[in-house]
Design a protein around this ligand. Structure first.
Ligand code: CA
Ligand code: CA
Length: 344
């Protein structure tokens, strides 16, 4: 057996690992500092009352600490100058739960462009043909009637003219009991989809692992985070085994370009039109990220969801929801049973 020798490559890899570990430690330290400051600020109140309001405030402080932590991790990734986002990056790693005074917080950062953005169906008040074709393929793949795209398009577009035979505008929604109006704008949350004609709770549950709600300009799916199900929808006729095989061939540090991804033999028979569509739909980097923070404090437990955007190294929190009803399966599995996630 050849004895193990430490080569310059090993040293480089170790040094890179050390760098990641160091940054992680710095982030943990930054988070701890935020939390300690938050605690000091609240100490006088702690002495005065241990009431429900205090607990709520404290949970909110911890949540802000987790957001600060996620933003610092994503900013560090951006400052690093790399051009791709992939599962091997440190922000995407499972972080240990942080013990904090009175409880524990567990933040998880996820790429938000691993799922299809429903709002991308309409761009500048026009149906986007590439997104529409992809969404229809996805519905077919999931054995969901493709006519549902009509009512969704109507919900999103500005006009009040029903699309196709299954569309629905104000005249449909005003006849419901209770009556409500068609939104005629982008979805604000995934839960809002429940208001759209034909989208039942069961359907939302079925769709949740594959779709998401981002600003309409965000169309790209980051190929480095794709699930086999989405890949099958992207390439009609691709077998589940071939989809899995392709994703298993993803380089350790992700595909560096969409072209490199499309060089794979499974795309060899794709027409120039399909290829051009995929070029528009895919990316190797992400602008939107999700933060799931599970916070336990005293007898309370909360799952907080936040949507973060990153542009030119600037991080912003653009949406948040407490105890979201629709948590992707993988999050639910990773975080335990969300149904028990109740505040007292
Ligand atoms: Ca990156
Ligand atoms: Ca409309």
């Amino acid at each position: 057996m050849t004895p193990f020798k430490l080569t310059p490559k090993h040293v480089q890899a170790r040094s890179s690992q050390r760098g990641v570990a160091l940054i992680t430690m710095m982030l943990i330290a930054a988070l701890a500092t935020t939390l300690v400051l938050a605690m000091i600020g609240r100490q006088s109140r702690l002495q005065a009352e241990i009431g429900a309001q205090f607990q709520q405030d404290q949970i909110a402080e911890y949540d802000r600490g987790a957001e600060y932590f996620a933003m610092a991790a994503l900013k560090a990734d951006s400052d690093d100058g790399n051009k791709t986002d992939h599962p091997n990056e440190y922000w995407a790693q499972p972080f240990p739960a942080f013990p904090v005074p009175g409880g524990v917080i567990a933040p998880t950062v996820r790429d938000a462009q691993a799922r299809f953005n429903l709002n991308s169906l309409i761009k500048n008040n026009q149906v986007d043909p590439v997104s529409l074709r992809f969404f229809k393929q996805l519905l077919e793949q999931l054995a969901i009637p493709v006519e549902l795209t009509d009512s969704l398009v109507d919900w999103l577009d500005e006009d009040s003219l029903p699309t196709g035979s299954s569309g629905a505008e104000d005249d449909f929604y005003l006849r419901q009991n209770p009556a409500y109006r068609c939104a005629n704008r982008s979805l604000s949350t995934f839960s809002e989809l429940r208001l759209v004609k034909g989208f039942s709770s069961d359907l939302l549950r079925q769709l949740a692992p594959y779709v998401t709600v981002l600003p309409s300009s965000a169309r790209s799916l980051n190929v480095n985070f794709l699930s086999p199900g989405l890949l099958e929808a992207m390439v009609p006729g691709l077998s589940p085994n071939n989809a899995l095989e392709l994703l298993q061939r993803r380089p350790a540090d992700g595909w560096e370009s969409v072209e490199q991804f499309l060089d794979n033999p499974v795309f060899a028979s794709a027409t120039p039109e399909v290829r051009a569509g995929l070029q528009q739909l895919l990316s190797v980097d992400s602008q939107y990220f999700e933060l799931y923070t599970r916070i336990r404090f005293g007898k309370r437990e909360r799952l907080q969801w936040s949507l973060l955007s990153r542009k030119d190294g600037q991080l912003k929190m653009i949406a948040s929801e407490r105890n979201p009803l629709w948590v992707p399966d993988n999050e639910a599995a990773a975080m335990g049973n969300t149904e028990s996630d109740k505040e007292e």
